[in-house]
Design a protein around this ligand. Structure first.
Ligand SMILES: [Ca+2]
Length: 195
């Protein structure tokens, strides 16, 4: 009988759990180059973080943080303590849900109004653009994909512009951190509706 109850529980909840995971915004904090240990202290409600578990030597210097997203704009935050000084690269990304050939699925997450306390950030509003249309201060880490993130105009929670990204096409910016000085990152985000 217990087994049956367990099975029923799984049938009810497993799809729900999977659905949740699909809807996560993901922010990576990467200090691989300067080998700064990162300790996450606090996150917005429902947020979870883990050290990189795909490459052991990278783990102390790489945090993957996820935040439950919906189609409505929400505010998220993450507070972390750098245990050294140097550069922590902030990556705005989407969830790692493996699709065909183990390549992550193209799930779009929108971000805007990125603010940082404890370090300087350029153009967290995405209002300032290069002639190419790319946001000043941000770069795209190299991934092999033809489906690339971009700046969207209109419907932003702050100003005119926001950005959309997914796991394999991100906007990134290096933050210069101070040893022992906590950094708080706040941001607006949502699941980007299919257009
Ligand atoms: Ca904006």
């Amino acid at each position: 009988m217990r087994k049956v109850v367990w099975l029923l529980w799984m049938l009810v909840w497993l799809p729900a759990l999977q659905a949740d995971e699909r809807d996560d915004a993901r922010i990576d904090l990467i200090a691989e180059k300067d080998q700064i240990e990162i300790v996450v202290q606090k996150m917005s409600e429902g947020g979870t973080s883990r050290h990189a578990d795909w490459r052991k030597e990278l783990a102390p210097y790489y945090i993957a943080a996820v935040f439950p997203a919906s189609k409505e704009w929400k505010t998220g935050f993450i507070n972390f303590l750098p245990k050294g000084a140097g550069k922590v690269v902030l990556n705005l990304a989407g969830p790692n849900i493996k699709g065909k050939n183990k390549i992550p699925e193209n799930i779009w997450i929108a971000y805007d109004d990125i603010k940082v306390e404890g370090a300087a950030l350029e153009n967290g509003s995405f209002e300032s653009l290069h002639p190419s249309g790319q946001p000043k201060g941000w770069h795209m880490p190299p991934y092999q994909t033809d489906i690339v993130g971009s700046v969207k105009k209109g419907g932003a929670p702050e100003g005119l512009n926001y950005v959309v990204v997914w796991h394999n096409s991100r906007y990134a910016q290096a933050l210069t951190v101070t040893e022992g000085k906590p950094v708080t990152l706040t941001f607006r985000y949502r699941l980007e509706p299919e257009s």
